[in-house]
Design a protein around this ligand. Structure first.
Ligand code: RP5
Length: 167
């Protein structure tokens, strides 16, 4: 049985510091479930060489998944997926001009052969990407699977125990 150590298993990357407001929700889920992770600003357009280095070293550094968030012309997830075999989970950040529809379409419409698992626009997508990354790790790291099961059970109980919307 493997136990998660200190080395990050999940990389959270984003095109700009301004994306952290959204991407912090992925980090919060990983933190709550005890998944070691890191967070970096890596821009496909402003720091393309950093993107290439990040992708090239991801597997050898032990990352099992990369959660990549970007807004507008959101090429970060797709370019990472083009450069690494580590699964990439794309989060469309809600852009100001087009409310994130541009981000969503930029991330989801990948050509066959280079998959990016694409999540919902904004905070829900970031949170779900964190949960999905934990699910990917659950069979290798039982403690993460148990934390995920407990989270889901509590979520179900919270809804069931608060089912009168007037209260
Ligand atoms: C993208 O452009 C980023 O992912 C961000 O969502 C968007 C705006 O970036 P800033 O102008 O706020 O740095 O590259």
């Amino acid at each position: 049985m493997a136990a998660a150590g200190d080395a990050p298993l999940v990389g959270i990357v984003m095109g700009s510091r301004s994306d952290w407001e959204t991407m912090q929700h992925a980090a919060a889920k990983l933190e709550a479930l005890g998944v070691p992770h890191e967070a970096r600003v890596v821009s496909a357009h402003r720091t393309p060489d950093v993107l290439f280095d990040y992708a090239a070293s991801a597997q050898s550094r032990g990352l099992r998944a990369i959660i990549a968030g970007a807004g507008g012309a959101a090429h970060l997830p797709g370019m990472l997926a083009a450069k690494t075999a580590v699964p990439v989970l794309g989060v469309p950040v809600q852009s100001k001009a087009l409310n994130g529809m541009d981000s969503l379409l930029s991330i989801v419409q990948m050509p066959a052969g280079i998959p990016v698992a694409t999540f919902a626009i904004g905070n829900a997508g970031a949170a779900n990407a964190g949960l999905f990354a934990a699910a990917l790790l659950a069979s290798e790291f039982p403690a993460i699977g148990e934390a995920l099961a407990a989270f889901r059970s509590k979520q179900t109980d919270d809804v069931a125990n608060n089912d009168d919307p007037r209260k």
